[in-house]
Design a protein around this ligand. Structure first.
Ligand code: KG4
Ligand code: ZN
Length: 338
């Protein structure tokens, strides 16, 4: 079976095909990051407009690359129905619904965060359950318990800024541009640790929730009072990255202690962070547990993960209706509410 995946929840237009026998056979992405870079973050209206311009040419390019002019080798269309930006989601949902009607094949609405959570399975089908998942993206920071595919319990969530969002805002502050995670990480490599120690927010209160907005303010204050030369910026980037990673690892450890589950998925855009993966591996090894992370190309937004989840959902959740369904706040713990 071949599933066409459509991802348009934020600022990446993604089109992919997942083949249940062969895996991901094509995965294309048009990134809008240059457009949003000058604003220091995603401008929703611009994102939606760009998706609407790019999505059809990208689908045509994918079909062409597969040497197919028609759709008759695709069995279903899986699209991101939420969470995400309303205008952007609507573009993907409208195109998925139109193609479903035109090609007479079903569509399947997919939760973006479930796409991230299961993204390590694109390269490793041997994930054992139950498993914990740290989902870290531009919009979410969550610790989720997954007892089986489709059943997710949110154990902790961010009360304000998500980890990725905090990276993006500090990147803007330091004049590094958007998206910020990778740029902060690069700069942090040149940083020295003896200069600053930043707080690890909410680690001294019980529970698994996160809050990164205070850390962001703390970082801004340090920066405003710093000399702003390259070395001092690098020191701040390092202190900030260390604080975020340490906080995430402390909370994951706590989740392991609380649940007794020693298997951990780390997924979402921030899972591309090399230091986070390194620290997580050290931590999970100390429990003799298992760590699952996606391949780098499947860490940040992509349609392959959406097509893959579509292949799992096909049997029970395929849909021929002409209703354009989205839910911009769709929670992973409430999958079948859409
Ligand atoms: O999952 P994603 O591609 O989009 C959303 O669903 O939001 O995540 C994007 C986020 C951005 O905030 C970006 O700065 C962050 O992931 N990110 C990183 C790294 N690469 C991307 N954060 C830290 N380190 C990275 N290497
Ligand atoms: Zn994402």
């Amino acid at each position: 079976m071949k599933i066409l995946g459509i991802e348009t929840s934020c600022d990446e237009t993604g089109i992919a095909i997942y083949d249940t026998n062969l895996g991901v056979i094509i995965n294309k992405l048009y990134s809008q990051s240059k457009i949003h870079s000058k604003y220091g973050g995603v401008v929703p209206e611009l994102a939606a407009r760009k998706h609407s311009l790019k999505i059809v040419p990208l689908i045509v390019a994918v079909l062409k690359k597969m040497n197919k002019r028609k759709s008759n080798f695709i069995d279903a269309i899986a699209y991101t129905a939420g969470p995400g930006l309303v205008g952007s989601l609507l573009v993907g949902a409208s195109v998925a619904t139109s193609l479903s009607y035109a090609w007479k094949i079903p569509k399947i609405s997919i939760n973006h965060m479930e796409g991230h959570l299961l993204s390590p399975m694109l390269s490793n089908h041997l994930i054992k359950f139950p498993v914990l998942a740290l989902l870290v993206s531009g919009g979410h920071t969550q610790i989720v318990q997954c007892n089986k595919i489709g059943e997710y319990i949110i154990l902790g969530t961010s009360l304000d800024d998500a980890a990725g969002e905090a990276f993006d805002k500090i990147s803007k502050l330091l004049g590094l541009g958007y998206p910020g995670g990778k740029r902060i990480s690069e700069l942090a490599k040149k940083g020295r640790s003896e200069h600053f120690f930043f707080p690890r927010p909410m680690t001294n209160v019980p529970g698994l929730n996160f809050s990164f907005s205070g850390l962001k303010t703390f970082t801004s204050n340090v920066y405003l009072n710093s000399s702003k030369d390259d070395q001092s910026k690098a020191n701040i980037a390092k202190a900030f990255e260390d604080a975020v990673i340490d906080t995430l690892i402390i909370k994951c450890k706590r989740a392991i202690e609380m649940t007794g589950i020693k298997r951990l998925i780390i997924a979402g855009g921030v899972s591309a962070n090399i230091k986070l993966k390194k620290e997580a591996r050290k931590m999970i090894n100390s429990y003799r547990g298992e760590l699952y992370v996606p391949l780098k190309r499947f860490s940040t937004d992509n349609a392959a993960m959406i097509a893959y989840v579509g292949s799992l959902r096909y049997k029970k959740y395929k849909d021929f209706s002409l209703k354009i369904s989205i839910n911009s706040n769709w929670s992973i713990s409430d999958l079948f509410s859409i």
